[in-house]
Write a protein that binds this ligand. Sequence first.
Ligand code: FES
Length: 140
Amino acid sequence: MDGENARKHFVKSTSSSDNRWSFVCFCRDIAPETARGYVVKGNRLVVWRDAQGYVHVWNDQCPHRGDPLSSGEVNGCLITCLSHGWRFDVDGQRVRQLSEISTHHKASFIRVYRSKEHAEAIWVWIEPSRVQVTHVTRNP
Ligand code: FES
């Protein structure tokens, strides 16, 4: 199924209240433990798939200094921004190294989008919810 057919199939099979779902890419485009960047309706998105096969769609902007997370690395269920090594779990929470000393006191956010796989494609609900990045120390 090509992108246009996937979109038509999806639109037919959803109610009118679901008209904010937008096609992003095909499921096969995002292998486990990879990330790619896309622009959908003017929004820069990172689409990444964790090791368990779940897809995540976030704003493609690291909350540290704004570099693209789509250039990052996915290991297991974490995505790492390669610029300065900030790592995030599937909930958008930053995972800190035990050895790190906290120098950030202000809140930072990742914009996390609702997404789903349907008709061999990945779809995004374009209104993001904000996830506050807390500074919780966890085991690396
Ligand atoms: S910009 Fe991502 S860790 Fe610094």
